[in-house]
Design a protein around this ligand. Structure first.
Ligand SMILES: Cc1cc2nc3c(=O)[nH]c(=O)nc-3n(C[C@H](O)[C@H](O)[C@H](O)COP(=O)(O)O)c2cc1C
Length: 236
């Protein structure tokens, strides 16, 4: 089975929500997925002073395992998520990236698929520059970058960012941004499956048939509308 690691930093929950959608998309494409958060670097007293930050921190630290280098070694593909911070990735994520030298030097990050997603306060607040900066890391690692491009109408519906799913943060992440994140995870996992299958041959579908070598499987977005979301949260 294809392995995907979704690695993220989130202070107030927007990126966490998008990361969960990326996870679901990759799982829906048949991958085994690890959702992992990077360590928080801000001092406890700073986090405690801001309600949204403190609440998210307290909720997710017991819920989501902290990422380890082994998660990257295990994965055939990565999706990295970060809030936009002055047009750049968050320092917390960068700090983890800076610990990957021992894997990089052995070539253990190379030849894997990678993609990135972000969230900012403003639609033009630096989403693209954040994603492009993060993707620089993937070039250094020797990854195959799998951007969403304009390969499905859900990308345009979410604001049309071909570099990666992006949310302009209101109180909640929009259904369109979650759908674009789900699509990105789905697409990443399918390309990872093809690399794992080797020889440039696409992985066989579970029913034994072989997909077209270039086109991916058809994609049907899930329903992230608020009503469907509430119904899902209410079900056990
Ligand atoms: C230090 C700092 C820098 C930020 N820089 C930007 C920025 O350059 N552009 C922008 O639109 N929003 C900026 N924001 C807002 C965050 O990107 C936004 O709140 C993000 O969606 C939060 O994601 P999270 O809830 O996962 O932490 C910044 C926030 C902080 C705390």
């Amino acid at each position: 089975m294809t392995h995907i690691a979704v690695v993220y930093y989130s202070a107030t929950g927007h990126i966490y929500e998008m990361a969960e959608a990326v996870v679901k998309g990759a799982k829906d494409a048949g991958a085994e997925v690890r959702l992992r958060r990077v360590a928080e670097l801000a001092p406890e007293e700073v986090i405690r002073r801001q309600d949204a930050w403190r609440e998210h921190h307290e909720r997710t630290v017991p819920l989501v395992l902290e990422v380890m280098l082994d998660d990257l070694e295990w994965a055939d593909g990565f999706a990295f998520g970060t809030p936009t911070r002055f047009g750049l990735p968050a320092a917390q994520l960068k700090e983890f990236i800076d610990q990957t030298g021992p894997l990089w030097v052995k070539g253990h990050l190379a030849n894997k698929v990678a993609t990135s997603f972000t969230s900012s306060q403003n639609p033009h607040g630096g989403q693209e520059s954040t994603l492009l900066a993060l993707n620089n890391v993937f070039y250094h690692w020797g990854c195959v970058i799998v951007p969403p491009g304009y390969t499905h109408p859900v990308v345009a519906a979410a604001g049309g960012n071909p570099y990666g799913a992006s949310s302009a943060a209101g109180d909640v992440v929009s259904a369109e941004a979650l759908t674009a994140a789900h699509y990105q995870g789905h697409r990443l996992a399918q390309y990872a499956a093809r690399l794992v299958a080797g020889d440039g041959e696409p992985a066989r579908r579970r029913d034994g048939t072989s997909p077209d070598p270039v086109a991916l499987d058809p994609y049907d977005p899930p329903d992230y509308s608020p009503l469907a979301w509430q119904a899902r949260s209410a079900s056990p």
